[in-house]
Design a protein around this ligand. Sequence first.
Ligand SMILES: O=C(O)CCC(=O)C(=O)O
Length: 304
Amino acid sequence: MTVFRSRLNPGVEREYGALAHDMSELAKTMPGFLEEKPLLPSMVSASPLCSSLTAHRIWRGATILNTALHKKRDVARSMPSITYSVQRSITSTCTTAMLFPESEELALGAVVLRGAVADDAESVLAELPRLAASSPFRRVTIPTGKAMSVEMTNCGAVGWVSDQRGYRYEESDPISGRAWPPMPESFRQLATRLAKQAGYEYYEPDTCLINKYSVGSKMGMHQDRDERDFGQPIVSVSLGLPIMFKFGGKTRTESTIKVQLHHADVVVFGGVARLAFHGVGTLRKGSHPLTGDVRYNLTFRVAQ
Ligand SMILES: O=C(O)CCC(=O)C(=O)O
């Protein structure tokens, strides 16, 4: 049974079919698993993706499955056809696609939520001068000694740093020797909401890396792998000028998808996509009403 059409990755339809099968198996052992409830308007609008009843069943199943998987890993073992992390990725992207037709799947576990922070952008941007007054934007050097073109700072319990000693998280800002500014509560709530929107429940970021791109800045393909727990997704918020985002696989040689990220778009990647190589192209000259000639990117992580 095909339950969901993936625009970017037709191959995953098979996996969604397998998920639907596993869900009906699970329904036999978990009462209420495919319980019928009236459709939400947002789900009705997602119905071109599949029949509305199927959408509803899968959406509800995915929600319950995600909760069950979080609480009880042996539920995953009762469905041997796909692994725990693949199930999570599938349910995440499946749920997201059902509920938010504006989302675009990049890979299993990875989505772009188009315009997801349109209403929050101004208040997020308003926090940046205060954060930067405490820990200024700076260009860090990578272990080879070369300076990155993007400027960055952090807020939260720890902050990502790089120098000739390597990449790592530090509790204090190496420039001031003081703790990084705390993550604003509004940032934490926003990241939790966005992760949930992408299907990742219980997301509690402890750090936010804030990247500032000026004309000519770029970020090469890399993995985010300095965090302790790869079970938690990355939530990446784009503000201001557009840029080309590149998303590949777990190795550098795998093919790369390119998507333009605009103001207020959000990329969330976790599950089997958590260690995917990614990067952005060079920022082109332009002007945005809220950020002028720069682009900001806020990357939320669970580092500790
Ligand atoms: O600027 C972006 O959209 C990506 C940033 C990024 O990949 C990172 O900070 O690790």
